[in-house]
Structures are given as C-alpha cells and as structure tokens.
Design a protein around this ligand. Structure first.
Ligand code: C2E
Ligand code: MG
Ligand code: MG
Length: 477
C-alpha cells in the first residue's frame, strides 16, 4: 500500500516536472519569437536580419553556393503620414504595406522590418540559377509601390526608395553589405521621386566620400569663416562699363584643392547648411561692396546667388540687418535665383521676393533656358533681369539654332521689360553677335573671370581705363 502511494507521488512529481519543462520551453520559444520579430507587423526584425547576414558571411561554403541579394526599402514621405494623419494611421499604412509585400513577393524571399518605415527583402539566389531572379523581385517591389493604398477613410499613395546590393559581388562582410545597400538607397532617395531604385556601384561610394569631405570643409568654414568670395564683373554690352559684380564663392578642401562651387552648394543644401553658409557669403560680399564704395566713386550693384533653402523665415530681417551694418541700401543689391528655387515653395518665395523688390532689390532669373524655362515664372515673379545660360552662348558663332534661341529669348525679355545678361562670353565673335542682337549686358572670361576682392577693387578703381576686353587679358588669377 505504502509502495503504491510512493509510486503515485513519484509519477505526479514527474508530471509536474514535465509540465514545468514544457512551460519553460514555451516561454523560451515565446521569448525567442519576440527577440526576432517585430510586434506591429509580425515580420522578422533587425536582429534576425543581422543574424542571417552574419551567418552567410561566416560560412565560406554558403558564399560559394549562393548569391545574397539585399533590397533595402525605405518608404517615401511616411513621416508626412504620421505627422498629418496621426500615428494610428501610420501603423495602419505599415500593416497594409506588409500585407502587399507578403502577398506579392515570391515565397523564396524573406522580408524584415528593420525599424520605422525601413524594410529589407533578402533573396538567396543559387548563383543566378534560382527560379526567382533579382529582377523579378525588383519588378514586384516597383509594382507594389505604384498602387494606391486603401486605409481608413480613403486611398493614399506611398512610394519607396530601394537600394540593392549583392554579396559576395559588392561586399565582403555583413557591415559592408548593409552600408552599401544603404548608400544605394540614399542615392535613390536623393532623386526625389516617389518611388526610385538604385543598384550599388563603387562610384556611389566614391561620391559619398567626396561629399563627406565637402561637408566637413563646409562645417569648418562655417566655424572659421575662412573662405573666399570672388567677384565677376557684369558689363554694359555697348559701353563695356562695369555696372555690377556677381559674388561667387571659392572653396578649397583641407589639402588646398579647389572644390566646385556647384558641388559645395549642393552638399550644403543636402545637409541643411546652406542658410548658415549663405549668410556668411552675404556678410562677406556686403563688406566688400562697402569697401568698394568707400574707396571708389563707382556705382556698382552687387549680385548674390541665392539657394532655395536660404529663403526662409527671418531671411528678410537678416538682409535688412546686414545692409544696415554695412551702410548699404536695398537698391545696391540683386538676387540671382534659379527656377528650382521657385518650384519648391512658390508662394512663400514669391511673397518674400516681392517684398524685397518693393524695397528696391533687383531680382534676376539665372541660368535661363536650362530648367523648365516655364514662362509663367516670368510674369508671376518680380524679375527685372534675365541671364541667358552659358550653354547657349558657347559656340554660338557656329550654331544657327542657338543664335535663333538667343534672339528669341532677348526679344521675349525685352517685350516684358526685362534686361538681358549673357553669361559665359568667351570670344569676340560671341560678343559681336550679342551686341548685334541688342543683348544689354555681358559677363564672361572675354572680359574678366571671377576675381579675388583686392583685384576686383583695383579693376573698379581704374574703371576709366580703355576697353576691358583688352585690359582683361593682362589679369591673371
Ligand atoms: P552662376 O551663378 O551661373 O555663375 C556663373 C558661373 O560661370 C561661375 O561658375 C563662373 O565662374 C562661371 N563663368 C563665368 N564666366 C565664364 C566663362 O566665360 N566661361 C566659363 N567656362 N565659365 C564662366 P562658378 O563660380 O563655378 O559657380 C557655379 C555656380 O555655383 C553658379 O552659377 C551659382 O549657381 C553657384 N554659386 C556660386 N557661388 C554661390 C553662392 O555664393 N551661393 C549660391 N547659392 N550659389 C553659388
Ligand atoms: Mg549667378
Ligand atoms: Mg548662371
């Protein structure tokens, strides 16, 4: 009897132990699931993604046998949805995207949510012999982001920037693979389209390194204000008298290598540094104009190139302060702007430019002919001057079409009371043609390149000298 009781107690103990072990396994599995999955979408998470890639690179056999294709997918303008429609709607969109990804991508791929609005799709391709190709996955992804999404209360469009990188072709480690797919994805994003893709290539990486160097130079320059602004004269086409100067920045990197002004401006814009940087160009240019006015009798107008992001809240006040500090007036300056500036925030920019124009600031449309050349800009904005882009002037002497375009632009501009400047005049033949078709002003290496401040000062002081197209030849920069 006692023995039976003992056996039963033992059995019950074993059951309890088995239950406990099963419970522990279950908890372990649950913990494991949570560690590897995203709560909102149920997809595998960043941790699982990294583990998978690290395993691939740790196994030489695996690398020999399979190509790993990584698609990094970052939703476009997702932040807008969160900001304007709320986070619940944001979650709803994310879930809808995941359903579309799961329903449409082939079973051979694995989908991960890396965080926020960033996803990864991995295809393990048996050296290009798999039934599913990289192109098929990309086509599906592009198709998914072409469609509209039905969410509570309506349908919205959501796009994606897709960066693609393959191992072992493009990368030798998990870190390299992720970094390079990221580079490709950012390049796709930079294009500004709702949906865009880019394959990684080593040029992208080189460009990114170059941009990092430029970004560092800009940060240094904002701190030290140690960079030059050069000035290129603008001349009356008939009298060859210098009536204005255009400020052009001249920047070198840490090794003293000259950096392209266009690239510097582009990087400053991309990194939200243009306002700070542009303000320093304005301060330096105003200081120079004051010096020029103090040391010469010349009535010279200063033109400044203004980038889209420079025109922001507080911009007008900044200009007013700088003018007051340097004893200059609104009528002493002109802003050169390109069409791209008008596309971004047309109404905001128009209001500011109109105010400045009402105070006497000249407004000039730069590089005319290279953008959309939308004629509506010409009457919607307070332009007083139009600058014909250099590309129309170069080799105009041998190109009848360019001649006709330039004649047309000049006639159009004059008909609506704009003065015309031809940029990049390099030869006497170009100059002669431009004069014959009533171009008002000329700028270019035939007369003067952009000059350092001291040299510019000397040139202005000797304004009374004979024709600049001759004296310019003696200037070396
Ligand atoms: P832009 O405003 O159209 O300036 C004219 C560009 O053509 C300048 O190049 C000038 O040096 C060059 N150039 C002038 N005459 C000739 C010529 O006869 N032949 C040739 N081959 N080139 C000539 P740069 O200085 O490299 O500036 C390029 C662009 O960078 C400028 O085009 C302007 O859009 C931008 N930029 C320059 N400085 C600034 C700045 O301070 N702020 C902003 N936002 N943009 C700037
Ligand atoms: Mg300009
Ligand atoms: Mg220009």
């Amino acid at each position: 009897m006692t023995r039976t009781v003992e056996i039963n107690s033992l059995k019950s103990l074993v059951h309890s132990l088995e239950d406990a072990i099963e419970q522990k396994d279950k908890s372990q599995r649950h913990l494991n699931y949570i560690a590897n999955h995203d709560v909102l979408t149920g997809l595998r998470n960043r941790y699982a993604f990294k583990k998978y890639i690290e395993k691939y690179f740790a196994d030489d056999q695996c690398q020999l046998k399979y190509d790993l294709k990584l698609f990094l997918v970052d939703l476009t303008r997702f932040k807008n949805i969160n900001d304007t429609l709320g986070h619940d709607m944001g979650d709803c969109v994310l879930k809808s995207v995941v359903i579309k990804l799961k329903d449409n991508l082939p079973d051979e791929v694995t989908i991960y949510r890396l965080g926020g609005d960033e996803f990864a799709v991995i295809l393990q391709d048996e050296n290009g012999a798999s039934s599913v190709s990289e192109k098929m996955v990309l086509d599906e992804l592009l198709d998914i982001f072409k469609r509209k999404y039905r969410v509570k209360g309506g349908r919205i469009r959501i796009g994606a920037s897709i960066g693609i990188c393959s191992a072992p072709k493009d990368a030798n480690s998990s870190q390299e693979l992720i970094q390079r797919a990221d580079i490709a994805m950012y390049e796709a994003k930079r294009n500004g389209r709702l949906t865009e893709y880019k394959y990684f290539d080593s040029c992208l990486e080189r460009e990114l390194k170059e941009k990092k160097i430029i970004e560092q130079s800009i940060l240094d320059m904002i701190q030290t204000k140690d960079f030059d602004v050069y000035f290129q004269p603008k001349l009356d086409a008939i009298t060859e008298e210098i009536t204005g100067i255009e400020a052009l920045l001249r920047v070198t990197d840490a090794t003293g290598q000259a950096l392209s002004a266009i690239k510097v401006i582009q990087v400053a814009e991309e990194n939200n540094l243009i306002a700070l940087f542009g303000d320093i160009v304005i301060e330096k240019s105003f200081q120079f104009l004051r010096q020029l006015k103090q040391e010469s009798e010349a009535d010279i107008n200063l033109a400044l190139n203004i980038s889209s992001l420079q025109i922001r809240d507080g911009f007008i006040e900044k200009i007013e302060t700088c003018l007051n500090e340097s004893g200059l007036s609104f009528a002493d300056i002109t802003f050169e702007i390109t069409e791209s500036l008008l596309i971004d925030r047309p109404e905001f920019v128009r209001e500011r430019l109109s105010y400045l124009h009402s105070k006497g600031v000249g407004i000039s449309i730069d590089d005319f002919g290279t953008g959309y050349s939308s004629l509506s800009y010409l009457h919607n904005y307070p332009f007083g001057e139009l600058k014909i882009d250099r590309s129309f002037i170069s080799e105009i002497e041998n190109n009848d079409t360019k001649k006709k375009i330039v004649i047309g632009i000049i006639q159009l501009a004059h008909a609506i009371d704009l003065t015309v400047v031809a940029e990049g005049v390099e030869t006497q033949a170009q100059y002669k043609f431009l004069k014959s078709v009533n171009c008002d002003y000329v700028q270019g290496h035939l007369f003067y390149p952009a000059l350092p401040a001291e040299q510019m000062l000397e040139v202005i002081k000797s304004q009374s000298c004979p024709p600049k197209s001759i004296s310019a030849k003696s200037i070396s920069v």
